[in-house]
Design a protein around this ligand. Sequence first.
Ligand code: TYM
Length: 336
Amino acid sequence: TTRILTGITTTGTPHLGNYAGAIRPAIVASRDPHADSFYFLADYHALIKCDDPERIQRSRLEIAATWLACGLDAEKTTFYRQSDIPEITELTWLLTCVTAKGLLNRAHAYKASVDKNLEVGEDPDAGVTMGLFSYPVLMAADILMFNANKVPVGRDQIQHVEMARDIGQRFNHLFGRGSEFFTLPEAVVEAEVATLPGLDGRKMSKSYDNTIPLFGSARQLKDAIARIITDSREPGEPKDPDSSHLFTLYQAFAAPEQLAGFRADLLAGLAWGEAKQRLLQLLENELGEARERYQTLIARPLDLEDILQAGAAKARRIATPFLGELREAVGLRSFR
Ligand code: TYM
């Protein structure tokens, strides 16, 4: 069997990038009869970027409802909140103690903060918490705890999965004595949606405020699409699909023959307004029904809680004994 695992940080409302990069491929993969899947709400990770308790709580609810609305089968998979598995934070410490600081110095998120500080002449570590710095170790614990071998993610997370490999390998080497503790994971990245662009053409991201909400109202979806930046070519002038992020967005949701038709029409001078209309229709076809399920789910937080509690119990049936073995391995044993 293949162990598949992925998570989403609970700091905001899920957007099309999360859906195309992680949720959709993860759900498709979970339908393989040989797959054993673990999907979770990364709420410990959320604390790194957000100190607004209401926002975290709201986002956990939205992201839980999103997974289920998109077709996740919570019976067949293991679906949980990271913070319901305290073993993960304990494993994070065991891993922290074998992780070279130099490895974390190279992490993109940390480096980006340092570079920004240097640009404006600040102390390099200004505003950097230990949470941000050790973010990849927490993520390694998520993955290694369940011995996942496939991790469906967008391109921005590849480095973190590689770090999880390095950290797992280091632990195996130090304490494995021939029998390995951790499976080394691999990132699974879908080429066409590895980095879904946002309204302005940069990576779609909460931090750039350029997202298209996954389950916004029809109105919100329409307004967002209207804001997609296009070049100034007039109706009738040929458009270049390959330099248009509107086309890239369309590509992430279209069947091959649909995409070929769209390309041909752009080359033949389709107006941008019309092109946006087509994108809107495409998204509506893919997401319309799921949006209705989402509305129903989000109105029933107690039912979601039951589902998540059942998922946490399932996850802990693996995590608790495994952590016991790991404690033994590093020398945290009872005297009895
Ligand atoms: P997060 O919450 O930033 O994003 C969730 C998933 O969505 C993908 N994604 C995108 N994919 C394509 N195009 C985009 N514009 C785009 N924006 C986001 C991300 O690559 C990610 O797959 N640290 C992780 C959460 C996490 C995790 C894990 C993931 C915690 N532990 C263990 C996998 C395994 C994060 O912050 O993702």
